[in-house]
Write a protein that binds this ligand. Structure first.
Ligand code: 13P
Ligand code: SF4
Length: 322
């Protein structure tokens, strides 16, 4: 047991103690810990499963635990609750939001759909949105299955893609399917620029660039591969390169370093002093996760009619992307 260290409430309580106590508590509660690839290292290390939005949705759908401690942002935990109405879903910090979700309030989308009723839109919602938006959508997608979902859309319908204009544009490029795009973006991924990527490429001329589709067109054009965080892990494992430039939220580098220790991962730089970390993802800490499971709050709750409406397009996605 590590004795050096930080004071976490009691003079001898260390991070290692806390991680062990969390595991003990998890067994007592019959809980499962799910963590997104962008979570702080301590949370990734205690999780039963670390992955992207799609992988986490499948894990949430198949778990037989009574409690899901969801270490991610609000819409992810909410998705887990939507597909698990009888389980308790706990999020370490209820304020862990998402700039994409904020960009598309359900009332605005409802208004837009009403105003454009003549278009009879087939709405494809990126999973980074609230339950209210999911309830208005025909189908959900993640960055891991977006092209499959778009290809499966009825050919005669107009598509409205919400809320990420960059991911939407990327899927249009890949599928050739025209879509109307909601003008939202991820405040982290739009910080990467063509200039910052060109600069790092000069420094590491042999390193391929792998970027998330939430990046802008200019950045995607400079990347060797554009994909979801889970597919980035696969790309990095399979690439013969020893050094790889990873253009996404910095938390993924922890998992990459752990699973592929013999390669070097260079975080995508920005033009300013922005650290490449999502402030929402980083609201969750080991201490908050422990307290949340101990007190069984903050808990995600949803009105049943809304939950039911939001479940349908998620189930459709899970079926379509098998
Ligand atoms: P992934 O689904 O690729 O993990 O992305 C989620 C996300 O929030 C990206 O910013
Ligand atoms: Fe939302 Fe961007 Fe943070 Fe992902 S990285 S949770 S898209 S703000």
């Amino acid at each position: 047991m590590v004795s050096a260290g930080i004071n976490f409430g009691s003079p001898r309580r260390t991070r290692v103690d806390l991680a062990e106590e969390l595991q003990e508590l998890k067994r007592e509660r019959n809980a499962v810990i799910l963590a997104h690839n962008y979570q702080v290292p301590e949370l990734q290390d205690v999780a039963d499963f670390v992955g992207d939005s799609l992988g986490l949705s499948y894990q949430a759908a198949k778990t037989d635990a009574d409690v899901i401690l969801f270490c991610g942002v609000h819409f992810m935990a909410e998705t887990a609750k939507i597909i698990n109405p009888t389980k308790r879903v706990i999020l370490p910090d209820l304020d862990a939001g998402c700039s994409l979700s904020e960009a598309c309030p359900p009332e605005k989308l409802a208004q837009f759909l009403k105003k454009n009723a003549d278009k009879n839109y087939y709405v494809i919602a990126y999973i980074n949105c609230s339950a209210g938006v999911k309830a208005l959508a025909n189908v959900i997608c993640t960055s891991g299955n977006a092209d499959k979902i778009v290809r499966a859309a009825p050919p005669e319908r107009n598509i409205l893609f919400v809320p990420d204009q960059n991911l939407g544009a990327w899927v249009m490029e890949r599928t050739g399917r025209k879509m109307d795009l909601w003008q939202g973006n991820c405040y982290v991924h739009v910080e990467f620029t063509a200039r910052s990527i060109n600069r790092i490429r000069q420094q590491y001329p042999d390193a391929p660039v792998v970027a998330h589709p939430e990046c802008t067109y200019a950045v995607r054009m400079l990347a060797d591969e554009v994909c979801s965080t889970e597919k980035m892990v696969t790309f990095c494992k399979e690439s013969p390169a020893r050094e790889i430039i990873v253009v996404t939220e910095a938390g993924l580098l922890h998992r990459l370093g752990k699973e592929i220790p013999d390669k070097t991962f260079i975080p995508g730089p920005t033009d300013n002093c922005f650290c490449g970390e999502c402030r929402f993802m980083k609201m969750n800490t080991l201490e908050k996760a422990y307290d949340a499971l101990l007190n069984m709050e903050p808990e995600i709750t949803l009105a049943e009619p809304l939950r039911k409406r939001a479940e349908l397009p998620i189930r459709r996605m899970l079926e379509l992307s098998r």
